[in-house]
Design a protein around this ligand. Structure first.
Ligand SMILES: [Zn+2]
Length: 512
């Protein structure tokens, strides 16, 4: 047993910290008390007035491959206080995977999930979860089924509608995932091939997850000019499928949409909530986003390109078409290049990492669109970009909404200049947010509730002993845009399931 004395307990419910004591027995919390628990037969930790909180839960990381293949996995997460990390987000996942689409799928995933060994291959989500469980981890992991991977495995990347056979395939993949204990379902409606799927296709897939108690978290179709319609589409999917929905990384992009754009979307979300719909959102505390270069390719170019968009962009014909389309406005697709400009699109991988398209093109003496095509062709589209697309006031507005929890949306693409959220999200938010108790809630009980993790996220008897001890003044992030690969620092103690976070302390959390 561990007896923590002289603590300032912040229990994760949103309550403010109070002086108290905590008793841990094995993997569980045995007691939380305002008054001294007396002399117990336990190891005593004197917290010396530091905060004691539940371990943080990151419902949105892209650590699917890192968790399996990065031998140092857990270091970046634990330094931020993350004791539970959930993967399979934005519809992106390495499973399920059909052999004929393996290369396409893994090439597409690489800027977000990082590189996988040549022989890595998971036909089903249950296979992937089996591999995760076979490796001892220092923190808890959870998996979402991802409709992008399901759709790709069922019918490939092309613009072809689902038919009876491919729907049956998709259903079988989803049932396998949910029966194996996936915590829910994610989709990435903005990404290929999901941008070709209909609202009805998503309702069909979400309905299957719903049969197992899963919810749907959604990277929506558009986050700029079409934000409100895109939020409404997810609400509609939730209603048709009868499942709870969550808007992933809720934000408004595009300089012209700053300020007013988010208000309209919040209104749509709150109207649904006031009518009793289970609808929530989450957000990361930065004004830049991070994604793959391929998400910037206009749909007209994708269509003309056929199967291999990167090869197409390497041809004079492809380059010419892209140059004509890349700065155009589209009615039903957010063009990030036209809405924020080349100067706010920063490369996060390749030897040009750290430079914006505008800077890199100027120094190389080429046009931005030519550079864009060259990068896609030379790297098979495996190029990460950071989009400085948001306004600080909008980010703060969203984070303060009571139904919005904190996420990192951390990408693990192998770039030298990753988005700093990979290293610093949780302490950054805690440092900046005006209400400590509420901030801790947004990192603990709120995501636990959304994920259906009933025994985590709150300090209370019987709950799993994922516990942090720290001085809030010393706990801080150090990752910046210029120098992002800096571990957070300042935690005094971390317990994962009642243990020091050594490999094997973490569990794979399966939906019960
Ligand atoms: Zn996303």
């Amino acid at each position: 047993m561990i007896h923590i004395k002289n603590a300032r307990i912040c229990d994760g419910t949103g309550a403010q910290p109070y002086p108290g004591e905590l008793l841990i027995d094995g993997e569980k919390i045995a007691a939380v008390s305002h008054s001294p628990l007396g002399d117990l037969d336990a190891e005593v930790w004197d917290a010396q007035g530091q905060a004691v909180t539940p371990g943080f839960i990151d419902a949105h990381r892209h650590c699917d491959l890192a968790a399996l293949y990065d031998p140092g996995f857990g270091q970046i997460e634990l330094a931020q206080g993350i004791t539970t990390a959930v993967m399979g987000n934005c519809g992106l996942a390495p499973a399920p995977c059909a052999p004929e689409h393996r290369k396409e799928l893994y090439d597409f995933l690489e800027p977000c999930l990082g590189k996988a060994p040549e022989d890595s291959f998971f036909p089903k989500v249950s296979d992937f979860m089996g591999a995760l469980e076979a490796k001892p981890h220092p923190l808890n992991l959870g998996v979402l089924a991802a409709t992008g991977a399901v759709t790709t495995a069922a019918k490939g990347y092309g613009n072809v509608p689902f038919d009876t056979d491919s729907r049956k395939q998709a259903e079988a993949y989803l049932r396998d995932a949910m029966e194996a204990g996936a915590l829910g379902l994610s989709c990435g409606i903005m990404y290929t091939p999901e941008c070709y799927s209909t609202t009805e296709d998503f309702a069909f897939m979400a309905g299957i997850a719903g049969e197992y108690g899963g919810y749907l978290t959604s990277h929506i179709r558009g986050e700029g000019n079409t934000l409100t319609e895109s939020v409404e589409e997810v609400l509609e999917i939730g209603r048709r499928a009868g499942v709870g929905v969550n808007i992933s990384h809720f934000k408004v992009t595009g300089l012209r949409n700053h300020g007013w754009g988010i208000e309209r979307a919040i209104e749509a979300l709150e109207k649904a909530r006031s009518q009793g719909q289970d609808a929530t959102a989450d957000c990361y505390p930065y004004t830049g986003g991070s994604t793959t270069i391929l998400s910037l390719v206009p749909p007209t170019v994708l269509e003309a390109a056929g199967n291999d968009v990167n090869a197409f962009l390497g041809t004079p014909q492809g380059e010419k078409l892209l140059a004509g389309e890349i700065e155009k406005e589209f009615a039903d697709w957010d063009n990030m290049v036209s809405s924020i400009g080349w100067g706010r699109i920063v490369l996060s991988s390749t030897e040009l990492a750290g430079q914006s398209f505008a800077q890199a093109a100027q120094s190389l003496g080429v046009s931005e669109s030519r550079l864009f095509c060259q990068l896609c062709a030379e790297n098979q589209g495996k190029v990460g970009v950071i989009l400085m697309s948001m306004a600080q006031e909008d980010v703060e507005r969203v984070l303060a909404l009571p139904y919005v929890s904190l996420i990192s949306d951390a990408l693990y693409g192998s770039g030298d200049k990753p988005h700093p959220r990979l290293y610093g999200t949780f302490p950054k938010f805690l440092r900046e947010y005006p209400d400590f108790g509420e901030a801790v809630k947004k990192m603990t009980s709120l995501p636990a509730k959304r994920l259906g993790l009933r025994d985590r996220g709150i300090l209370a008897p019987g709950m799993a002993a994922d516990v942090l001890v720290f001085d809030p003044a010393a706990f801080t992030d150090r990752a910046t845009w210029e120098d992002p690969k800096q571990l957070s620092q300042g935690l005094t103690k971390i317990l994962v399931n009642g243990q020091e976070p050594v490999p094997g302390a973490g569990r794979l959390l399966r939906k019960k």
